[in-house]
Ligand binder design. Structure first.
Ligand SMILES: Cc1cc2nc3c(=O)[nH]c(=O)nc-3n(C[C@H](O)[C@H](O)[C@H](O)COP(=O)(O)OP(=O)(O)OC[C@H]3O[C@@H](n4cnc5c(N)ncnc54)[C@H](O)[C@@H]3O)c2cc1C
Length: 487
């Protein structure tokens, strides 16, 4: 079969590998001159930066792609498990290392926060239980096919519904297990892993710590961009043809079937089409004549981000690869995000790949990817918000690290909701498609296929099962399974 894929984001690349591995002729059309979409990189005055994602979990989904392609992942893609997942800092002077190993993490939590280890173990065990009950149904399968619902796993999950915390929010679950406010804040932060608000998102999202503390957080050798590069190289080896600088203009539908792609003035026929473009724009821009699933397209968006990429001419031994400097008022910070505003005491995240890849910064320096959560774009005066926020972030970091940071900045680049949208066609600059702030969110994401237009499929962070690299990779796997089941 001849298959056309719109977009070379990580899910588009993964779909290309899966389709080519089944012997299909695959063409990928990408607007940008490079693959990866949000998962890209750039260099600035001798510093290398991963542009988007910085946290890598569930590497087995990348390994899976190699296996599907008949190759050994270890020969092409290297990654290491992080012994310390994150360095946490609070304004009261508390610093805490989140060790990957649970026993060590519990000791640290007891030592720094005075919380008995049983509480942490209880929270992590609850996270694991929920994941095991629901993960394979809600994440690894299409929710929109009957065969997903007709098996024993679903029945077990249904029976367990009262214990899944679907009707309470994540903050309430974390308070119930952990009690200590700083530890609750630390666990509430996991809601941001898919751009949600812990005071609204269902307690079921407390499965997220399971990814980090049972399965692990990882660093790909060469940096996050190596995920893109290795999957792209694999796709090329499998015979996929890439067309860069080639935006798709329209999906041509005839008699209810997607038959071709319009590229500038020419039409190219395909038997199957997979869109890795944000589902909102796939409908609005590429399918102007078709009926649109309005309820799905109008779902609340996930949060976006404001990022300062800073070349820092000094090293900070107290910092690691992932670092969080918490806000003193987390609830108000999320309320601001909901209202489309930036809070003046934001939680600041710094990612420094130079800690794992010394060549990512000049000698004696560090590459800081400094990020705060931001609302999606609703026409705010971003230029003035960015100016204000930059100052607030610098004041906070200088206070908490007891060093004046601004004079150490050697070079700077900024990414914000408007440029996230313009660089990757992500509607309103949302990082993770739609938010998970209500318990029906999982069911309201667009399926991985169109039930109206035959031959049209969807992958990527804006459709089922959701945003983030692991789920984007799973979406490609589900598309493949759905197509197989149809053939
Ligand atoms: C700042 C930031 C931080 C993040 N942090 C993390 C993290 O730490 N961990 C994590 O797992 N995830 C993180 N994410 C989310 C993660 O990056 C995304 O969920 C994932 O990369 C989405 O991949 P995708 O396949 O949906 O494609 P995208 O990356 O959205 O790419 C879509 C591609 O389609 C192309 N395209 C669009 N329209 C057309 C068209 N008409 N024709 C041709 N091509 C088109 C675009 O140019 C783009 O290359 C982060 C995202 C951002 C932006």
């Amino acid at each position: 079969m001849k298959i056309g894929i719109i977009g070379a984001g990580v899910a588009g690349l993964a779909s290309a590998v899966r389709m080519a591995s089944r012997g299909h002729e695959v063409h990928v059309f990408e607007s940008n001159s490079y693959p990866g979409g949000k998962l890209s990189e750039f260099e600035l005055q001798g510093y290398r930066f991963d542009a988007g994602p910085s946290l890598f979990t569930m590497p087995q989904y990348v390994d899976d792609l190699y296996r599907a392609a008949g190759e050994n992942p270890a020969h092409h893609f290297e990654y290491e498990r992080l012994p310390v997942v994150c360095h946490y800092f609070w304004e009261d002077g508390t610093n805490l290392l989140a060790y990957a190993e649970k026993g060590r993490f519990a000791e640290e939590v007891e030592d720094k926060l005075g919380v008995p280890p049983e509480r942490l173990h209880l929270a992590l065990a609850d996270s694991q239980r929920k994941y095991e009950l629901t993960g394979r149904i809600f994440l690894e399968k299409s929710l929109h096919r009957l065969d997903t619902w007709l098996n024993g796993r679903v029945l077990r999950a249904m029976l367990a519904i009262p214990g899944l915390d679907l009707f309470t929010n994540m903050n309430a679950v974390n308070r119930r297990h952990l009690k200590e406010p700083r530890l609750v804040q630390l666990f509430n932060r996991f809601a941001t892993y898919n751009g949600s608000n812990p005071y609204k998102a269902p307690g079921l999202l407390s499965i997220i710590p399971h990814f980090e503390h049972h399965i692990g957080a990882f660093f790909p050798r060469g940096g996050m961009y190596n995920i893109t590069k290795s999957i792209y190289d694999l796709a090329v080896r499998k015979g996929v043809t890439f067309h860069f600088n080639t935006p798709v203009q329209e999906i041509i539908v005839r008699e209810g079937r997607a038959e071709a792609l319009r590229l500038d003035e020419r039409e190219e026929p395909f038997e199957r089409i997979i869109s890795n473009m944000d589902v909102f724009f796939t409908y609005r821009k590429l399918l102007p004549r078709e009926r649109h699933p309005e309820r799905t397209l109008r779902q609340q968006k996930s949060t976006s981000a404001l990022i300062f990429y800073w070349g820092i001419r000094r090293q900070f031994p107290e910092l690691g690869l992932h670092n969080i400097f918490f806000s003193e008022d987390y609830r108000t910070e999320f309320r601001h995000l909901e209202e489309g505003k930036l809070f003046d005491d934001p939680t600041v995240y710094i990612n420094i790949t130079q800690k794992c890849e010394p060549g990512d910064a000049p000698e004696g320096c560090e590459n800081w990817f400094t990020m705060i959560n931001a609302p999606y774009d609703s026409g705010q005066d971003w230029d003035s918000l960015i100016r204000q926020s930059r100052k607030q972030i610098l004041d906070k970091l200088s206070r908490m690290l007891q060093v004046d940071i601004e004079p150490l900045i050697e070079c700077e680049e900024v990414l914000e909701p408007r440029t996230i949208e313009s660089k990757t066609a992500s509607h309103l600059g949302a990082l993770y498609g739609t938010s998970s702030n209500n318990r029906m969110a999982a069911f309201l994401r667009h399926p991985n296929f169109s039930s109206r237009i035959k031959g049209l499929y969807f992958c990527g962070g804006s459709v089922h099962p959701g945003g983030g690299i692991p789920l984007a990779l799973l979406s490609a796997k589900i598309v493949d399974e759905v197509m197989q089941a149809e053939s």
